[in-house]
Design a protein around this ligand. Structure first.
Ligand code: 5GP
Length: 186
């Protein structure tokens, strides 16, 4: 039987580049997998149901909450986001290192429930740079961008609760740092 994989809580402000880091990391290390979350937000152009997220209605999401289907879930900027429980447990049991790309409230829930997890907080080089990246993405309205920037300011206060923090100035360097963290804990 394979050893159980590591569970990695991967948090950072919207726009900080978590998605880009994850994409490179998954290409480089085939022992790592990203958990696909469920959300009630609308898909962005190019996002596919079941690949980036499982896109659910509020009613469907709340039904899953009452069925105890989530490992963790939270409300972030007016939408629900949650990690489906069964998929994560299956991947861990198969020996994969599973990344949960989730915001702070969910991250803290996982640390409480699963203290052996590894937690990594991704920081922007500066708040100005974060705002530039978030605006540069041009997928959100001004109102949503402002909500996300406010959320980022609150979230950064929780970075110290995480076991590691990584500054995403250069993506390749950030990926290397994260791979080092994983091999150190394996
Ligand atoms: P976005 O709408 O930009 O895809 O995600 C918004 C925020 O929700 C990001 O910080 C993202 O990491 C977080 N998020 C995505 N999936 C989950 C999840 O399953 N649970 C929690 N708690 N947060 C999530």
């Amino acid at each position: 039987m394979k050893d159980k994989g590591l569970l990695i809580v991967f948090t950072g402000a919207s726009g900080v580049g978590k998605g880009t880091i994850m994409k490179k990391l998954l290409e480089l290390d085939k022992t790592c997998k990203l958990s696909v979350s469920a959300t009630t937000r609308q898909p962005r152009p190019g996002e596919i149901d079941g690949r980036e997220y499982f896109f659910l209605t509020k009613e469907e999401f709340e039904k899953e909450i009452s069925n105890d289907g989530f490992f963790e879930y939270a409300k972030y900027c007016d939408n629900y986001y949650g990690t489906p429980k069964s998929a994560v447990e299956k991947m861990l049991n198969e020996g994969f290192n599973v990344f949960l790309e989730i915001e702070v409230q969910g991250g803290l829930q996982v640390m409480e429930k699963y203290p052996e997890c590894i937690s990594i907080f991704v920081l922007p080089p500066s708040m100005e740079e974060l705002e530039k990246r978030l605006r540069g993405r041009a997928t959100e309205t001004e109102e949503v961008i402002n909500k996300r920037l406010n959320a980022a300011l609150t979230e950064i206060n929780f970075a110290e609760k995480y076991s590691y923090s990584v500054v995403n100035d250069d993506v390749d360097t950030a990926v290397k740092e994260i791979l080092d963290i994983i091999s150190k804990n394996r």
